[in-house]
Design a protein around this ligand. Structure first.
Ligand code: KIV
Length: 272
């Protein structure tokens, strides 16, 4: 975490609330390490999410379930060291907050104490309300996450769009209200119909950040490695690619291999 003087213009939960009030869209991306968090922060992002998508992106797991609290703290503390402006939010990993409010509080406290992050995020609605309320008692800001919640993938069975049916949509509307009432400072809505997301964003006073939830919300979040085009296999409709780092990196490494083999690297200027 940076020092007090450099924190003068730091984004806080209040900044995000003001942005919603003024109609200024919030830009959020994931980052899991020092170097990329530093770049993303310097480029002007408002919120950095140390997501449990690190389980997929950084560790190559099929789901977000295996990542541990210690691993999340490692990623979060690395990212925090690169950030001077953005609000850093850290996912509570699967199994560290469900069904045990004291355990949830302890997990959130460990993240805040050991990483220097500014807030936590957790997945779910009414079923995790007790955990959210308990974490909030310690003064830890909580971001909610509804819609497609990847930690429940084995309950859903697939990663398809959620809340298309009215019963699930109604439950989501109610959960958004419950999370707001409990004191969450913001909400992520993942992969739900754009119309429903816009309705929810208009119905709550807290900022609503969407991923695959259309343009009618208060901000957008993407997984950094996806929007940079590092991962070519993941192609959901909602993903816009802003770079082709797969091509850039592959080309750079291939050129390096060629230069090493041909002994054109290092040249006379590149040695002592
Ligand atoms: O872990 C993550 O990257 C997330 C985003 C998809 C919102 O939760």
């Amino acid at each position: 975490m940076s020092t007090g003087t450099r924190d003068a213009k730091r984004v806080t939960t209040h900044t995000l609330q003001e942005m919603k009030s003024k109609g200024v869209p919030i830009a959020m991306l994931t980052a899991y390490d020092y170097s990329l968090a530093r770049l993303v922060d310097a480029a002007g992002i408002d919120v950095i999410l140390v997501g449990d998508s690190a389980s997929n992106v950084m560790a190559g797991h099929e789901t977000t379930l295996p990542i541990t609290l210690d691993q999340m703290i490692y990623h979060a503390s690395s990212a925090v060291r690169g950030v001077h402006r953005a609000l850093v939010v850290v996912d509570l990993p699967f199994g560290t907050y469900q069904g045990n409010t004291k355990g949830a509080l302890n997990s959130a406290i460990r993240i805040m104490k050991e990483s220097g992050a500014h807030a936590v995020k957790l997945e779910g609605g009414r079923e995790v309300l007790g955990s959210i309320e308990r974490i909030l008692t310690a003064g830890i800001p909580v971001m909610g996450h509804l819609g497609l919640t990847p930690q429940s993938i084995y309950k859903f069975g697939t990663y398809v769009v959620r809340a298309k049916e009215e019963a699930e949509a109604q439950r989501l509307r109610e959960d958004a209200k419950l999370l707001e009432k409990a004191g969450c400072f913001a909400l992520v809505l993942e992969k739900i119909p754009a119309q429903l997301a816009a309705e929810v964003a208009a119905s709550v006073a807290i900022p609503v950040i969407g991923i695959g939830a259309g343009a009618g919300v208060d901000g957008q979040v993407l997984v950094l490695h996806d929007m940079l085009g590092i991962n070519q296999e993941f192609n959901p409709r909602f993903l816009r690619r802003y770079a082709d780092l797969h091509g850039v990196i592959t080309q750079a490494v291939a050129s390096y291999v060629t230069d090493v083999r041909s002994q054109s690297f290092p040249n006379a200027d590149e040695q002592y």
